[in-house]
Design a binder for this molecule. Sequence first.
Ligand code: CA
Length: 676
Amino acid sequence: MKIQNFLSLAAPVIFSMTLLNSPSIAAQSQYDAQFIEYPTYSGDDLELLVDNSGTHFRLWSPKAQDARVNLYDNGHTGTPFQTLPMKFDASNGTWTASLPEKLYGKFYTFQIKWNGEWKNETPGVWAKAVGVNGKRAAIIDLDKTDPEGWAADKGPKVDNFSDVIVYEMHHRDMSMHPSSGIANKGKFLALTEDGTVTPLGEKTGIDHLKELGVTHVHILPSYDYNSVDEINLQNNTYNWGYDPQNYNAPEGSYSTNPSDPETRIREMKEMVKALHDAGIGVIMDVVYNHTAENDNSNFELTAPGYYHRHWDDGRYSDASGCGNETASDLKQMQDYIINSTKYWADEYHIDGFRFDLMAIHDIDTMNKVAEELKKVNPSIFVYGEGWTAGDSPLAVERRALKENVGKMTDIAVFSDDIRDAVKGHYTDAADRGFATGKPGNEETVKIGIVAATAHPQVDYTKGNNSKFAYAKSPEMIVNYVSCHDDLCLTDKLHKSMEGEPEQNMLEAAKLAQTIVFTSQGTPFMFAGEEVFRDKKGVHNSYNRPDSINAIDWTNKSKYRDQFDYYKGLIALRKAHPAFRMTSADDIARHLVFDKIDSSKTPNLISYSLKDNANGDEWKEIKVVFNGASKPQTVNVKKGNWKIVAKDGKISPDASLGASKGGKITLAPYSALILAQ
Ligand code: CA
């Protein structure tokens, strides 16, 4: 979704005494105060449970006047074969109904009576299986959706989140182009296919990911979303999926048969298993911050008013920029987010969660999410966008903002500092950054290098976006220069370096990613940039066709040098813990910047990782970045250095030759890495 970085420039937030004294659940507006007193229920039998005594329904809707269940033979057409009245339990606000048989293969919807009228049917908010287009929930035996070997399936063990290397991908981008050689184009199954190649024999799909060496894929929204018509898949409609409909069932258009509720579940699990078998973790992009619909959302149709936030006059507040925002500060919604992510971790073996517009959620909720997920699997990585896309009734000091990440545990935020400083600001296509020759970004790049932790040589008052060291640990920071939002790196370079030869853009791309992959924190890259993929200059490509979004894999031959560089960069990071320190103290002690006067020599940064940092086999690593359009010279301490990277080439085993130090000249837009 389009990011406006609303309030991401906020100064450090000071908690007021009032806030410290207020209860953890407080209404954010006069209108929402009415919901605090609602009884809550978070049992794992919410909405549907099938056991030996039959099929049981339990809908949470404390203020409904009546409720009923409609039972169907079909997920999409026909009328109910039976409608069950429901009984209310005022102690927990739930409505229940049961039948003595297991109704596997049937479908259901709920309806509540509100202001004297039956509202529209809804599959509820906890449907774990749905019919085509997600309008009816399906009753299935989830165990039957497990692929062979599922019980033993496990994602990669992660000791420190700075060891994770994230590859952000959309299912269609990866496989739709004819050159992918993949049979199940645009499907979960695309990543289960071994041995796929381009017409020129370059590896694609999962083999490409293994060759590249990333540790985790981050898949764009893969829960059931609203915008793609699953009945007419021949239309090949594209959407990023930031329009949530059913949070606990996979999206149908990524399955080979959206009409069969089991297929999408089984196929998504098969994808997860194939990636796990390849040693790659799976991170889900989750969008609990808003729903695609307002009044017709499943939240609103089950418990009107409750799940969304409102202004005092009852209007939907809209911190998502998409028409509404959800209310994590209310208990039932907080539990919903926690239980939903736990469900994905447990049932689908998901290894991480990327929270869209995370600052719409409150800090307390995010801390509980991370804490509960850790109990399922300590390797689960949670990170998010530490900003909102509009104003919210939620008090700024309670928001899970980037600036508040120090108040969160085991949660990381995206660094827009390094993103905008390296390649130029995201709102201005022509704006250049440190890696493309624009002076004045040096200190902000340094903020990125030290993962926004306190460092004696970094002056945060000179930061472009942030003015203080907001991270207590590098594990709180995700570094990147590009993602699905805005111009991707290739397009940004085309626009901002217009008129320069393409080779300069390729070199600037390598430099930009070298900064990201050698920086402390967790590196994150956008799929296809290793083959210089573009999006034809379209920044907000969320609903544009495959012709804009699909990665042309013939690029892998055309830009093989680029791919090899990325692969080398990833191998270097994986082999050397010095780039993956785990504490702010270690960074302050082992990462030492060389004195360079940026007013006289702009676009030049040089630093050392000293004294076998973080147990590295290399005693000292010298890292130098020249973002200028001309060659620049640095003075490196005399010694026996091995050359790891120079002038657009990289060798993770330092086989590019030797250097005695002294004056070394870097080509324009290039990095120098030496080791001893
Ligand atoms: Ca859908």
